[in-house]
Design a protein around this ligand. Structure first.
Ligand code: ACO
Length: 433
């Protein structure tokens, strides 16, 4: 974060002028500080979708959408994905530095010792219909576990923050796996402290109480990379939601649960499920070829879009998609799967990249385009894909919640609006309407 004030700017409305400070970013776009605009000129800015608005200063994640660059705390995503464990990256996001050996051991041990859910939570899971979408269970259960941790609600306490963060990260795989077990009527599996974070999750997802779980190291390694690639992504819809909810001093559990609901939509984290559904439709429906999908996506009157293409920020190849594209071939061959959806995905990408509509609009594959195919190859059902995204994004949400509370300028998020409704009218009794 920098306090440097760069070149100055001013804005004039009629005969009134306000000098504006330009906040220098350490990388990327500088920002006009308009915080005095309304008070001085009785005017607000109009920026639907906040596409030009920095809602905060942040030191967590840097994205250059034009170049296709993604860094966490200054480290390139490629390095982190190749060399770290997910818990190391979580520590980096939360505390700003990669942990040394001692810090990592302490961090991993605390996470490992909080993986159990309270026994009462079993009844909570039981209450959902078998058909419940696991994202609905995930966000509800995340909110529900806050009822056990009222002692950690104080947003100003660093101890409370640490205890809540450890519990959320530790329990999320248990919640996610139980949401899945519920949907297939299998017994909930208890966590095992002798396993790594990823192995333990795979054990709870795919294990059975009647036999020892054998975790395939290829699958564990792949899932580690996938979770890292989802760990944070600046001020996206779900992270902005976590900050927004947290700005009222709502506790970390409640704020993260809100972020999960924002992530669920198919234009955000739900896109990974939508991509595989689209590829399956192309595979299964003889009238829905790759060419037809591309034609429909270009038709302005057709609501159909190429899922997994386009991004609010990236106008170049999403660096996470670049890593995953290479990774998809490797994972599929290692798990011995020949998935026809990967071939369709490759064809679709090639068709779109040669088509002027997609080229001129800078529509490249995003992280969700290949992640679903890999999740599928690892044995995850389609409806769990967004849950896996949420597990990966959790440290990013928590780090942003903390950064917001550490910023003395934080106050309740309260955007303005341009009111366009009726100015004033007299009340009309119901008999006269
Ligand atoms: N298929 C077809 N056309 C598209 C697509 C797509 N996937 N994405 C954008 N376009 C078109 C738009 O129709 C628009 O065309 P126009 O200029 O003729 O009106 C143009 O490209 C620009 O699109 P915008 O909607 O302005 O792009 P925006 O940046 O607002 O939207 C979004 C980004 C929502 C991600 C969009 O690209 C999309 O819906 N993609 C499919 C869903 C998806 O993959 N979501 C995951 C995003 S990654 C993530 O959240 C982790």
């Amino acid at each position: 974060m920098t306090d440097d004030v760069g070149t100055s700017a001013s804005i004039s409305i009629g005969d009134r002028t306000l000098d504006l400070e330009v906040l220098s970013a350490s990388l990327g776009s500088d920002a006009l500080d308009i915080s005095k605009l309304r008070a001085s000129l009785n005017t607000v800015t109009y920026d639907p979708g906040f596409a030009n608005t920095a809602s905060t200063r942040s030191s967590i994640t840097y994205i250059d959408g034009g170049e296709g660059t993604l860094r966490h705390r200054g480290y390139a995503i490629d390095d982190l994905a190749e060399k770290c464990t997910f818990l190391e990256v979580a520590y980096l996001l939360l505390y700003g530095e990669l942990p040394n050996r001692e810090q990592l051991d302490e961090w991993t041990t605390s996470v490992r010792h909080h993986t159990l859910l309270s026994e009462e939570m079993k009844r909570f899971f039981d209450a959902f219909p078998r058909s419940a979408h696991p994202m609905a269970i995930l966000s509800s259960a995340t909110n529900a576990i806050s009822t056990f941790y009222e002692a950690y609600y104080d947003p100003k306490s660093s101890d409370a923050f640490h205890e809540s963060a450890v519990r959320l990260i530790a329990k999320m795989p248990t919640i996610a796996a139980w949401a899945y077990k519920k949907s297939i009527s299998q017994p909930y599996m208890y966590p095992r402290n002798d396993l790594t974070y990823i192995e333990n999750f795979l054990h709870m997802m795919f294990g059975m109480p009647v036999e020892e779980t054998k975790v395939d190291p290829v699958i564990a390694r792949a899932l580690n990379v996938l979770l890292i690639l989802h760990a944070d992504h600046g001020q996206n819809c779900s992270t902005a939601t976590v900050r927004f909810v947290g700005s009222s001093d709502a506790n970390l559990f409640a704020s993260v649960a809100a972020g999960m609901n924002a992530l669920w939509g198919p234009l955000h984290g739900g896109a990974n499920q939508a991509v595989v559904e689209m590829l399956s439709a192309i595979h299964d429906d003889p009238t829905m070829t790759v060419e037809r999908a591309v034609t429909r996506a270009k038709d302005g009157d057709d609501p159909f879009r190429l899922m997994g293409f386009g991004h609010r920020v990236y106008k170049n190849y999403d660096p996470r998609a670049r890593i995953l594209k290479k990774f998809a071939d490797d994972v599929l061959s290692r798990v011995g799967l020949d998935d026809p959806l990967l071939e369709i995905a490759n064809q679709l990408e090639m068709a779109a990249r040669e088509d002027d509509y997609f080229v001129s609009r800078n529509l490249y594959p995003n992280v969700d385009f290949y992640s679903g195919i890999i999740f599928r190859a690892l044995g995850f059902p389609t409806r769990m894909f967004t849950v896996l995204f949420a597990m990966g994004r959790l440290p990013g949400w928590i780090a942003n919640w903390k950064e917001m509370h550490d910023d003395p300028a934080t106050r309740i998020a309260r955007p303005r609006q341009v009111y366009e409704g009726t100015v004033m009218r007299d009340y009309v009794p119901i008999t006269e309407r």
